[in-house]
Design a protein around this ligand. Structure first.
Ligand code: GUN
Ligand code: ZN
Length: 426
């Protein structure tokens, strides 16, 4: 058992931030072998319950839940900042050629190491991640995440058409490989598998049907894909699947909308699409830096809330421009400002932070497991320095409320704020 004394940020079940200025976090082993939060709260009232506890004194610092990135492509670590007119040329000109290199296990492992180094440096402790269409890319990521003790989800990309040589897979083999990977990795330590059709335009109906059959057979496995990101993409999907009501409807028609199904972007949806997501339990991975970089559009927060859809934040690297949750939260704030039904919408800092921690975990079906620091959560957390830069020190010292403190960190923060990332208490 181990204690940490610092200011502590966590969230209630209703997404309200709770802040203990002089807090104590107590972590220790659990039945599963993963260290978890045993107690958390005000130091003065909690400390007497733990006489003799070894306490690391981090006063002046803020302990907060490790961030959860709901959608990122580890093989696109080196694709960040590739300029293109929009999504489809960006895929053709930069992304597919780069991803074709991941058939090579040594290369995949090399990039996986850099990817996890970067995630942890930025304070991200759980990610739902695309690999590539190559089995080697999945094994490399799982091997690396496992050796670091991370809660981590990935899967082999399915793309059996409209994809160049080097990344295109073969329908039947892709489904055999997916099932073998589920059996090999899902539920091993803290790892989870995600059935990963790239997006409807690059899968045949047969491949999507097979993916849906696997999703029905393995109900606690995740599903991840992209939807309604870009207007050209939406037109293309509608042309290829004229019998479906909408682009999102394609996934529904193949049994790919359910709990634990995570769709990146969800920008160009209509009211029936949003209602279908809410009804089925499928969720959105909101990827604001990517949407701004690729000129895709703006996620409609108010329409999502009105429909009762769940969502959380994501970097979407390499369409996204940063691994930093601070950059992503700030970009989400800008996107809120562009809201269609209420121009100038001002998302609160607590809401933004929740979307990248407990809210993202809830959307992934991992509420009470990661993304929060309530008792019973796995002990993944970050230690933040509110004085990391001269300007941040000035700004945080003048904060008169928790909102002002969190906003200062969101607007001025980056990797310099993250002084330590703790995985499973150690
Ligand atoms: N749609 C299909 N593939 C991709 C991808 O790799 N990135 C993004 N942003 N959108 C996609
Ligand atoms: Zn993506």
């Amino acid at each position: 058992m181990q204690g940490f004394r610092a200011s502590i940020l966590r969230f209630t079940d209703d997404a309200i931030p709770v802040f203990d200025v002089d807090g104590l976090l107590v972590v220790g082993p659990s039945g599963t072998g993963v260290s978890m939060v045993l107690a958390v709260g005000d130091h003065g009232s909690l400390a007497p319950r733990f006489p003799g506890l070894a306490v690391q004194d981090l006063r002046g610092r803020i302990i907060a839940p490790g961030f959860v990135d709901m959608h990122v492509h580890y093989p696109q670590t080196d694709v960040i900042g590739a300029p293109a007119a929009g999504l489809l040329p960006w895929l053709e000109d930069y992304t597919y050629p780069h991803e074709s290199r991941f058939h090579e296990p040594a290369y995949a492992s090399e990039v996986a190491v850099i990817f996890f180094d970067e995630l942890l440096r930025q304070g991200v402790t759980t990610a739902l991640t695309f690999a590539t269409s190559h089995v080697a890319s999945v094994n490399a990521a799982f091997d690396e995440a496992r050796s670091r003790g991370l809660r981590f989800i990935t899967g082999k990309v399915l793309q059996d058409r409209h994809s160049p040589d080097g990344v295109r897979d073969e329908t039947e083999q892709s489904l055999i490989d997916t099932e073998a990977l589920i059996r090999r990795w899902h539920g091993v330590d803290r790892l989870g598998y995600a059935i990963t059709p790239r997006f409807a335009p690059t899968s045949t109906p047969e491949q999507l049907r097979g993916a849906g059959a696997l999703a029905a057979k393995y109900a606690d496995v995740w599903i991840q894909s992209h939807v309604a990101e870009n207007l050209d993409e939406v037109r293309w999907a509608n042309e290829l699947f004229p019998q479906s009501r909408s682009y999102l409807g394609v996934y529904g028609d193949f049994g790919l909308l359910r709990q634990r199904a995570v769709y990146a972007h969800c920008i160009h949806l209509d009211a029936e699409d949003r209602a279908q997501m809410a009804r089925t339990g499928a969720v959105a991975a909101v990827s604001p830096t990517s949407n701004l970089f690729l000129g895709s559009g703006f996620f409609d927060y108010l329409a999502a809330d009105a429909a009762g859809m769940r969502y959380g934040l994501a970097s979407d690297v390499g369409g996204g421009t940063s691994f930093s949750p601070f950059h992503t939260m700030l970009a989400a704030y800008y996107v809120g400002r562009e809201n269609q039904t209420k121009p100038g919408l001002s998302l609160s800092p607590g809401q933004l932070w929740w979307q990248h921690t407990a809210g993202a975990a809830r959307a992934l079906g991992l509420e009470g497991v990661v993304g929060n620091l309530q008792p019973g959560c796995e002990a993944d957390f970050v230690v933040l320095d509110p004085n990391a830069t001269p300007l941040l020190a000035r700004k945080t010292s003048q904060a008169n409320s928790l909102d002002e403190l969190l906003f200062a960190l969101i607007v001025l923060g980056d990797d310099r704020v993250v002084v330590q990332t703790v995985v499973a208490g150690g």
